[in-house]
Design a protein around this ligand. Structure first.
Ligand SMILES: [Zn+2]
Length: 255
């Protein structure tokens, strides 16, 4: 999960006391600990604070002892500076013109979408161009962001193709989980990623002629003369809702 403005995100969550389903417990604990880092004098007092905040949340089957070790290690990590205590407060992640030029040279849309996403994620990570994933689930998250649906074998094929042609490199162990790309943060900013969703579609809609994104769901749609804003399924859903409203209004008028 990639959150551009962590400060705003966790502030809203702390107000509502609701954990979004897509947010993992580990990330939630980290965000709360960072948010209150300045209020605590040491790791122990911070972990007490985090536990107290967590108990206010309505988390199904939450039992403090299950997370005790995790909370302590995150709080200690913050005080020992192994974990950066700052919350991200970014408005966007930039993609530079040199990067776009490189992406545009790739042979097909799939490779372009994946490469664009890799630039976005690597820049988000701020880790010297490295994208380190623990398991294949982390890698499928990248492909999902890139709007590229492929089997595991085909995903590896695509990455191997990028590797063979020098666009990406791997860690010592070549298992596709540690990918490094060369960020080219020079020249002009060509595109600003404001939302870490449908990143592959954002590329197509902005850099491939004749396409744009559905305003509602982010799917790619062909630009036609009719200036439509939504994809077929979103416009169908919208007209169905309008129909219901119309019928309701009709009935009310009759009464
Ligand atoms: Zn749509």
């Amino acid at each position: 999960m990639y959150i551009l403005n962590e400060k705003e995100y966790i502030r809203n969550i702390l107000v509502s006391n609701q954990k979004p389903a897509e947010l993992s417990m580990g990330y939630l604990i980290t965000l709360i600990a960072k948010y209150y880092f300045n209020n605590a004098t040491d790791a122990d007092s911070l972990s007490e604070l985090v536990k107290k905040k967590l108990s206010d949340f309505e988390i199904e089957n939450y039992q403090e002892y299950t997370y005790h070790k995790r909370i302590i290690s995150i709080c200690q990590g913050l005080f020992s500076e192994n974990i950066d205590y700052r919350l991200k407060e970014r408005e966007f992640v930039p993609i530079y013109i040199d990067e776009i030029n490189l992406i545009n040279m790739l042979p097909d849309d799939r490779q372009k979408k994946v490469m664009f996403t890799l630039f976005a994620v690597a820049r988000y990570m701020e880790c010297g161009g490295w994208i380190n994933k623990k398991d294949s689930k982390g890698l499928s998250e990248i492909f999902k962001l890139a709007n590229v649906t492929l089997t595991c074998a085909k995903r590896n094929e695509l990455l191997h193709e990028l590797y063979k042609n020098g666009y990406i490199s791997f860690g010592k162990k070549i298992d596709n989980l540690n990918i490094q790309i060369e960020l080219k943060a020079s020249g002009e900013t060509s595109y600003k990623i404001h939302e870490f969703k449908n990143i592959g579609n954002q590329y197509i809609a902005n850099f491939k002629k004749g396409f744009k994104q559905c305003k509602k769901c982010g799917r790619v749609i062909k630009i036609t003369g009719t200036n439509k804003q939504y994809c077929n399924s979103c416009s169908k859903a919208a007209s169905a809702i309008n129909n219901i409203k119309r019928i309701k209004k009709c009935r009310e008028n009759k009464i």
